[in-house]
Write a protein that binds this ligand. Structure first.
Ligand SMILES: Cc1ncc(COP(=O)(O)O)c(C=O)c1O
Length: 397
């Protein structure tokens, strides 16, 4: 057998303006190089506690149980469904995009009876339609929805869903993968029972952990299950014994470096102030929208239901999706995202998430688009995008 001759690792430092991962701060990267500790080392337990406390703050819960589940956002999704539902339970799921479909697929796989509430991609939900779906079923265990649908760029209202869940005594589970850090989640005041997120978007860490928060009611449901969750690795009852209480019990080896990264990212978010962070995402998203509009690229989702951290636009007439995005990557070192599912090849997804959400990045992307779009056959008024975005930024500062 020949010995593999592999060169030194040298990935380029891209500007990540897609749907995540976003760029991360050098502070977070540095935190990841801190010395490893054992999984039950008292100094590591203290770091875990810091993370749990800061997660309570960003999720907006005083008493809820928080932990970062090992794995990406989908791990938090699967953990929620697998722990809160038992085979045969009825779950009402908002089907408003690619990640709503993932919730439905996962809930179906674990034997739940899934009631799907279809919502046209890119559009707001009609709450009466959810109410009707709920009324047609006598026993509803869970309502699940995506807060910020990354495939379409729509923000969904949690308060109305929570009201419906409370009326029926059902749990409310929310995917905050793209919203946490950019939109208020307010778990306690909204009445969310299970929220999960991911580290690589508006929180500002690399992918690898799924921050989760559970209400007392969700914990009670888990404690009184008739059957064990089908998954041992994502069994929250077991994970809780490692993340909470005086006597910690080993479950699996925590990914220390990722926990350090999340700790530093959360510290940065709290230093900035959550309201300031939300306002930064809004300001930069508004500037981008104005710039795109000036270039003849109309954002797909109108305000105020849009995500400012993730703007969707139709691929402009006559432009070939992949070759254009490849040119942007190769010539400008900028990544933007393509469409998913039914939007594949049809939309671009431009992220301004976490560290990537800066006014400089908005202007850089718009200048790159002004240069590249005409070269690919789509005429624009050169300078108009940057001028429109600058105006928004100036008026906001
Ligand atoms: C809204 C939403 N939910 C869930 C996921 C899945 O997260 P991950 O890819 O980290 O597993 C994503 C990923 O982009 C997402 O945007």
């Amino acid at each position: 057998m020949t010995t593999p001759a592999i060169g030194e690792l040298n990935p380029p430092a891209r500007l990540l303006l897609g749907p995540g991962p976003a760029n991360i701060s050098p502070r977070v990267l540095r935190a990841m190089t801190a010395p490893l500790l054992g999984y039950l080392d008292p100094d590591f337990l203290k770091i875990m506690d810091d993370v749990a406390v800061m997660l309570r703050h960003v999720f907006g819960t005083k008493e809820g149980f928080t932990l970062p589940i090992s794995g990406t956002g989908s791990a938090g999704m699967e953990a929620g469904l697998a722990n809160l539902l038992e085979p045969g339970d009825v779950a009402v799921v908002l089907d408003a995009g690619f990640f709503g479909e993932r919730l439905i697929e996962m809930a179906g796989r674990l034997g739940a009876q899934v009631v799907r509430v279809p919502v046209e991609w890119g559009k707001q939900v009609d709450i009466d339609q959810v109410r009707k779906a709920i009324q047609s079923h006598p026993r509803i265990k869970l309502i699940a929805a995506v807060h910020a649908e990354t495939s379409t760029g729509v923000l969904y209202p949690l308060q109305e869903l929570s009201k419906l869940a409370q009326e029926r005594g059902a749990l409310l589970m929310v995917d905050t993968v793209t919203s946490l850090g950019a939109n208020a989640v307010n778990m306690d005041s909204v009445g969310i029972d299970y929220a999960f997120s991911a580290t690589q978007k508006c929180i500002g860490a690399p992918p690898g952990l799924s921050p989760c928060a559970l209400s007392a009611k969700a914990l009670e449901v888990i404690n009184t299950r008739k059957t064990k969750p089908y998954t041992w690795y994502l069994d929250i009852g077991l994970l809780r014994k490692y993340w909470e209480g005086g006597q910690r019990v080993y479950h699996h080896t925590a990914p220390m470096s990722m926990v350090y990264a999340l700790r530093e990212a959360l510290r940065m978010a709290i230093e900035e102030g959550l309201e300031n962070r939300f306002a930064r995402h809004t300001r930069n998203g508004r500037a981008l929208r104005a710039g795109l509009h000036a270039l003849g690229l109309e954002p797909l989702v109108p305000e105020p239901n849009c995500l400012y951290q993730l703007t969707t636009v139709a691929v402009p007439q006559g432009i070939e999706d992949t070759p254009f995005r490849t040119a942007l990557l190769r010539q400008y070192n900028i990544e933007i995202g393509g469409g998913l599912g039914q939007f594949r090849g049809k939309v671009w997804r431009i992220g301004l998430m976490g560290e990537s959400s800066t006014s400089a990045n908005v202007l850089l992307l718009l200048s790159a688009l002004e240069d590249l779009l005409p070269k690919h056959g789509f005429e624009v008024a050169v300078g108009a995008g940057v001028a429109a975005a600058s105006k928004v930024l100036a008026s906001a500062s």
